[in-house]
Design a protein around this ligand. Structure first.
Ligand SMILES: Nc1ncnc2c1ncn2[C@@H]1O[C@H](COP(=O)(O)OP(=O)(O)O)[C@@H](O)[C@H]1O
Ligand SMILES: [Mg+2]
Length: 261
């Protein structure tokens, strides 16, 4: 299963991605991919070492795509670079039994029409051609801009989760994402409502999501332990009493139960 997490900046994409990754890693092999230029999935997992993102691995990019790093328009690319060994070779082991692997893409330029950057070519190739075994899954932490995924890549994503919070701004972003997702062929789009402080807030967002036409997977309360985990530099999964963690566990269960091929 390939799951992409998207939404407006600051809504909780990285928190959700890292927490889900740790939960799934108990039973599955998880590839957590940081595709947000902000690059803080590692930190959210409790990894604070300096990591070289794939977009800065110039030799690798040159080798696999045939293009000079940093070049874009007009370059000749290998559109389908060999990647099968990359997820294993480049990822950082984390979690119980090395079940969780982290890949940091770095800045993946979106560019204009017809402009593709090598890192973006690699990310797309990884998403498209990574053959997942039955007990493996990918969690992709990405920004709100999803259009650079392109149709073929988007089609390989089984579920796109849009994170929203109480407020119109993140809902407007969700609406834009839904439109983009439709344009590039992502069919299964679901919402997670984060940072909820009251039933009024939850109902407010829920109603708006229904208007937009996005089904909700679940909601996560605003929770001090999320802030504490960020201050202490540990993953939320260490805070067993966290109400946010419990909500994410429910969401994880729902994702696994959802019938997607
Ligand atoms: N449920 C929550 N309760 C309290 N704070 C939260 C919650 N979810 C996220 N945050 C905080 O909001 C900020 C943004 O979260 P983050 O996951 O980095 O968002 P994004 O990846 O969408 O930019 C972080 O400081 C995080 O600790
Ligand atoms: Mg983030």
């Amino acid at each position: 299963m390939k799951i992409a997490v998207t939404g407006k900046g600051g809504v909780g994409k990285t928190t959700l991605s890292s927490t889900l990754s740790c939960i799934f890693a108990k039973h599955y092999k998880v590839f957590a991919i940081d595709a947000d230029p902000d690059m803080n999935l590692a930190s959210s997992l409790g990894i604070h070492d300096k990591i070289t993102p794939i977009s800065k691995m110039n030799d690798l990019i040159r080798d696999r795509t045939g293009a000079e790093p940093g070049s874009s328009f007009g370059e000749v690319f290998k559109i389908n670079p060999k990647i099968s060994d990359l997820p294993e070779a480049l990822s950082i082991d984390y979690g119980p039994n090395g079940n969780l692997k982290l890949l940091v893409m770095g800045t993946v330029d979106k560019g204009g029409d017809g402009c593709i950057c090598p890192a973006s070519v690699l990310l797309k190739a990884i998403l498209r051609h990574m053959i997942l075994k039955k007990d493996e899954l990918i969690i992709l932490d990405m920004e709100a801009g999803i259009e650079h995924l392109g149709r073929k890549t988007a089609e390989s994503v089984n579920m796109m989760i849009v994170v929203v919070e109480p407020g119109l701004k993140s809902l407007e972003t969700a609406q834009r994402i839904k439109k983009l997702a439709g344009d590039i062929g992502v069919l299964n789009i679901k919402a997670v409502i984060n940072k909820v402080s009251s039933s009024y807030e939850e109902e407010f967002v829920q109603e708006k999501l229904e208007e937009i036409g996005i089904e909700t997977l679940g909601s996560i309360p605003r929770d001090e332990s999320v802030i504490k985990s960020d201050m202490e530099g540990k993953s939320l999964n260490h805070y067993k009493e966290s109400v946010a963690l419990k909500s994410v566990q429910k969401i994880a269960k729902k994702i696994l139960e959802s019938d997607i091929d």
